[in-house]
Design a protein around this ligand. Structure first.
Ligand code: HPA
Length: 269
């Protein structure tokens, strides 16, 4: 696996004309940020050696390089979800490659179901912590030399970046929620009892991504900032139906706010 990662990193380095230190994973319905990248060049996942290929609707599958908020960045347009059938090593392959390319900070976005009764659809939630509910751990197996066998996780999401998000939100008069993201395998949305359970164990939102990528990024010493768009609500008195289309729609509606915060954060961090 390590050889494959290095092979992919070398292939990219030979073709890269910039040296980004910041990476962004653009989650569901956050394509707008991609369109704001200037001086850009991109590689389709299918053309990058050893890269998995994204299959889910709404995820284009490109690695984009360019400038955002005045900074050199790389962005993943489309990510690899465990529910698509990838192993955890495949899901987190891009973060391993990011480390080899010299990435120091990772911005992650996703769509998530809200369980905190204070939340509403369309809210943005800064991820302050997570609960790993995936059935396979991304660091299972021989340890990679990028980090210790038993990595510390006392602060997976960088507190300085969280403070910066709060400062920017105040300046821009945007409301930000904060909470714990529960990462689950999917592809089913939760039953009412599952939403209630995740709320009981300390979750504020639940989604099918992010946690594996964050664990591997932290194992590589990459700083992480994560934000969820609350696209649906679960676990309350009356169970409500959730659909992928609804999730996409809510994510699209909230994306100008998310884009504004992320752009400013990249600029200032
Ligand atoms: N559950 C899991 N994943 C999700 C949800 C949800 O309610 N909403 C968006 N992604």
């Amino acid at each position: 696996m390590y050889k494959k990662i290095q092979e992919t990193a070398s292939w990219l380095k030979e073709r890269m004309t910039t040296s980004p230190k910041t990476a962004i994973i653009l989650g569901t319905g956050l394509g707008q940020l991609a369109s704001e990248i200037t001086d850009s060049y991109a590689f389709s996942y299918k053309d990058i050696p050893n890269f998995p290929v994204s299959t889910v609707e709404g995820h284009a599958g490109r690695l984009i390089f360019g400038k955002l908020g005045g900074k050199d960045i790389m962005a993943m347009e489309g990510r690899f979800h465990y529910y698509e059938g990838y192993t955890m090593k495949e899901v987190t392959f891009p973060e391993r490659v990011m480390y080899e390319l010299g990435i120091e900070t990772l911005f992650v976005s996703n769509a998530a179901g809200g369980m905190n009764p204070e939340f509403g659809i369309g809210d943005l939630m800064v991820i302050t912590d997570h609960i790993n509910f995936f059935p396979e751990h991304p660091l299972h197996g021989p340890n990679f030399p990028t980090g210790p066998r038993f990595p510390d996780m006392h602060q997976p999401y960088d507190c300085k970046l969280i403070a910066l998000a709060d400062e920017l939100a105040k300046e821009k008069n945007l409301k930000l929620q904060h909470g714990v993201y529960v990462g689950v395998q999917g592809p089913t949305f939760e039953t009412p009892a599952e939403y209630r359970m995740f709320r009981t164990i300390g979750g504020d939102a639940v989604g099918m991504s992010t946690v594996p990528e964050v664990i591997v990024a932290r194992h590589c010493g990459i700083k992480v900032f994560g934000m969820s768009i609350i696209t649906d609500l679960g676990g309350f008195d009356t169970p409500v139906q959730v659909s992928h289309e609804e999730v996409q729609q809510a994510a699209n509606a909230a994306q100008p706010k998310m884009t504004e915060i992320m752009r400013a954060m990249i600029q200032r961090s």
